[in-house]
Design a protein around this ligand. Structure first.
Ligand code: GLY
Length: 353
């Protein structure tokens, strides 16, 4: 018999207990069998599409025996240190004052610990600082000046995180932000005057069934200074339960915070949903809790939000609010499936028009 019971087997056993109790059988004879979840034979890592290099690195490191949290952080650090990625870490797009403020959080399933930093300035790798909060403090989240002082105490170097590319993008945004301000307009750049919310989330599980998750971001471009999104919020930007799985998010953080979306996705998996169905169900809750000003005339959100998930068996999935425009490519996510890393299409709620 398989040591990997289906949900139906498990529910059947539970129903049997109730029936037995009604028959007056001794309690010890009625105990439900322990549910043993068989972990994947090889490490699995799932991330937002920008984590394609990260899942490969994390997967390789876990294959070599590295702890899942250490490996996940090593994976997202690739983007944090990349000056050409304007959504994360060094080179991230700044707030409305031209200052880069970074958010990150992580969870380590085996030890049930969590760490986070918000509005951190001057440190390229907020995911590592979040891991240090997890490892070395009795707290879960440090923010702003205190988070920076904490990082400096461990030898992190304070640096200017604004690259020339992200500074130019900020200058263009500031010049074009309104017709009645004192900045003279410059020719608009279609890409750079938009307000991207780039983020990287990465979750991984090893063959011992140990799971970890991490999310890191520079947040919403041109944000009000001090704005903190979902990424550093445990249960929103990412969540990990070693008995069930892990999940995380990218996209409009404010809409995720209201539903505690990473926690909710893991909770859907706890109740038997596949990772993909769990992510879709969370997005339905997001739509249901969206205020009218953020809905189009047909009641569809005017923003993007994605969830990525992996369960303790190494099954994975991801979902977005919108699929592809006709003839185009929709949201994708990155996976290391134990052998190779690649991009796959996200499930989605609505066709994009
Ligand atoms: N999801 C990233 C943010 O909203 O900051």
């Amino acid at each position: 018999m398989s040591d990997h019971p289906s949900r139906r087997d498990f529910l059947g056993a539970a129903t049997g207990v109730a029936a037995g109790a009604a028959l007056g059988l001794p309690r010890a004879a009625l105990a439900a069998p322990a549910v043993h979840i068989r972990p994947p034979a090889r490490p699995v890592a799932v991330a937002s599409a920008n984590g394609i290099r990260g899942v490969e690195r994390a997967g390789q490191l876990v294959s070599q025996g590295m702890d899942t949290l250490d490996a996940a952080v090593e994976g997202v650090k690739i983007q944090e240190l990349d000056p050409d990625d304007t959504s994360v870490g060094y080179g991230g797009l700044p707030n409305e004052m031209g200052v880069v403020q970074l958010d990150a959080s992580c969870m380590h399933g085996p030890s049930k610990r969590a760490g986070a930093v918000g509005a951190l300035e001057g440190i390229k790798t907020p995911s590592v600082v979040a891991k240090y909060v997890l490892l070395y403090t009795n707290h879960i989240m440090l923010v702003g000046e205190g988070a920076k002082r904490f990082a400096l105490s461990y030898g992190f170097t304070e640096e200017d995180l604004l690259t020339e590319r992200s500074r130019q993008a900020w200058l263009r945004w500031r010049a074009n932000r309104g017709a009645s301000d004192d900045w003279l307009d410059v020719p608009a750049d279609a890409d750079l005057v938009a307000r991207p919310t780039g983020t990287i989330n990465l979750n991984c599980v090893n063959p011992n069934g140990e799971i970890s998750s991490v999310t890191t971001t520079s947040g919403l471009a041109w944000k009000i200074p001090g704005r903190v999104g979902d990424s550093p919020i445990i249960g929103a930007g990412q969540y990990c339960d070693n008995d069930v799985g892990a999940a995380g998010s990218t996209g409009r953080g404010e809409s995720n915070i209201k539903v505690c979306g990473a926690f909710l996705t893991v909770d859907h998996m706890r109740r038997g949903m596949s990772p993909t169905d769990a992510a879709l169900e969370t997005l339905r809750r997001v739509v249901a809790t969206t205020e009218p000003r953020l809905l189009d005339p047909e009641g569809r959100p005017t923003f993007d939000l994605n969830f990525y998930a992996v369960n303790a068996r190494g099954e994975f999935g991801a979902a977005a609010i919108y699929g592809a425009r006709a003839g185009g490519r929709g949201s994708q996510f990155a996976v290391f499936d134990g052998e190779t890393a690649g991009l796959r299409d996200c499930a989605y709620l609505y066709e994009r028009r």
